[in-house]
Structures are given as structure tokens and as C-alpha cells.
Write a protein that binds this ligand. Sequence first.
Ligand code: FE2
Ligand code: FE2
Length: 318
Amino acid sequence: MATRWQKFAYRQLPDVSDARQLPVSATAAHQITPRRQRFAFCASTPVDWFRESRLLTAVLNAYSLLVPDNERYYIRILQQHLHLIDDPELRGSITAFIRQEAQHGIGHEAHWALLRTQGVDVDSFTRVANRVLYKIIEPIIPLPVHLSIVAAIEHINASFGQVFLSRNLMADAAPAIGALFDWHFAEEIEHKAVAFDVLKACHRSYFIRLAGALLAFPMFATCISVGSLWLLARDRRPMSWRKELRTAWRFWISERVLPDLFGQLLLHLKPGFHPWDDDNSNLARAILEPIDAALPAEIGISTTSEIVDNAQGGSRAA
Ligand SMILES: [Fe+2]
Ligand SMILES: [Fe+2]
């Protein structure tokens, strides 16, 4: 239900009805296919499942812990804008986007179940994060800015997709978890323009886009940082900080993962930017085409059990 703030915000936007006539989008040229992936994580998956690094694993686990409620937030916000969109193709893209995001949440909650069996403290962090983000902060932000925040976080997700898939970074992960992230990142690229196009259709103002990005980027960095430190603090195993920091430095700095992520993020701030200015759909297709070939139809189900089986032999089929 819209809060008083949100109702107020919409009354202040005289151009909303005009904006419905804006031409939309490159999105229509990029088909979005909802897929139902099921992941059977192997009980013997290493706790430090990425590059045997506790620090890097904590960062990716924090990302995984934030995903399901974050996806529900995107869905909530886009659903509240559906009545403003007349273009049938964009409406179709929104529906497909919502179905994809719902599946991402399910996939990452399956990952949570594995983490719980490994003794990772999933619930205390998600409980606090959800309270702060969605009970305290969400109600005080006007709805147009929420839409802009969603567009900005979608750009972050697609940037992760660009950087991780172009370097095949998840080849260094435990196989089924790597497959979960690859599938998620690929679909983030596939639907990367949807929230942006909804924002463009509802609000012409560059400053609303900028406001969302200036809130979303630091909030995302804070959530990931706090989440990673929280998980590390709850992990009682002895740890060599020297070794962990060396591994993290190599990954984020020497391999240029962090600078390239920053470079991607800055693109969102350009006034004339559109997510499909950079058509990196080939990265998504490389992951998604084999999945689609194995599925009987849209919203088919595939499992990663064969990937888990292969994991015993140390190879990954994804
Ligand atoms: Fe997602
Ligand atoms: Fe997304």
C-alpha cells in the first residue's frame, strides 16, 4: 500500500501522464525469458567456496543474503508503476522481469539453506538488514526515487554480470554455487533495461535518476561491506588476515575487478545513458542458451544435480 509520502510524491509529478506517451525502449529488442532453475547444492561444498578465500566468500555470501528481499523490493516498486505504462511490450517486459526476479530469490534462498547447514549465520544479518532497509528506510523515500533506486541497483547487478561473466570468474567457485551466480548474472544482463525504461517512461527528470544512483550506490556498498564483516565476525574459525587480504587484493585490484566495476557504475550517471548502449547480450546468451536448450518451454525447470555430481570430479558443466 502506498504510504502518505508516496501519495504526496505522485501528486507533485505533473508530467507523469505525459510521460506515458514517451517512446520506449530498446528493451523490446531483447527478449526476456523467465526460467525456473533448481539447485541441488552438495552437502560437501567447501565453506570457503570461492578461491578458498574466507574474505571473498563472505562478500559473495553477503550478496546472496541480500538478494531475495532486494528482489521482492524491485517487484513491489515495479508493480506500483504498472498502471502508468501503456506500452504493451514494456508491460510484457515488466511481467517477465518480475518472474525472473522471483526465481532469483528462490535460487538464493536455496543457497541460504546450504549456508545454514555449514553453520553460517544467515538469519541474524538478514533480519537486521531487512528491518533497516525495508521497515525504516523504505517508507520515508518517495516512490519516484524508489523507482530510480531500483534502476540504479539493476545497473549494479548488470555490471556484476558484465565483469564476472566476461572473466568467467565463477569458474573458481564451488560448481553449483558458481552456476547459481552465473545464471543470476546472465538474467540480470538479459533484463537490465527494464527498470530503467520504466523510470524513463514515468519520470523524465535526469535528477531523479541521479538521486536514485547517489543513494543506491553507497547503500549497496555499505550493505555488502557490513554483511561481509558481519559474516566474518560470526565465523569462529582462526583466520590469517594477511593471507586473506593478499587474496582479496589480487582479486579486486590486481585483476582489476573493482576498477572495472566502478567504470561500469559510472556509465549510469551519463545524462544520455541507456543500458543497451553496450550490447553485452552475448555474455548472457553464452550462459542461458545451454539452459534454454535443456528446458522444455518457458518457465521450464532444470536442476544442477548433474553439475553437483560433476563437482565430485572437480569440473563444472555450466
Ligand atoms: Fe535478480
Ligand atoms: Fe534484476
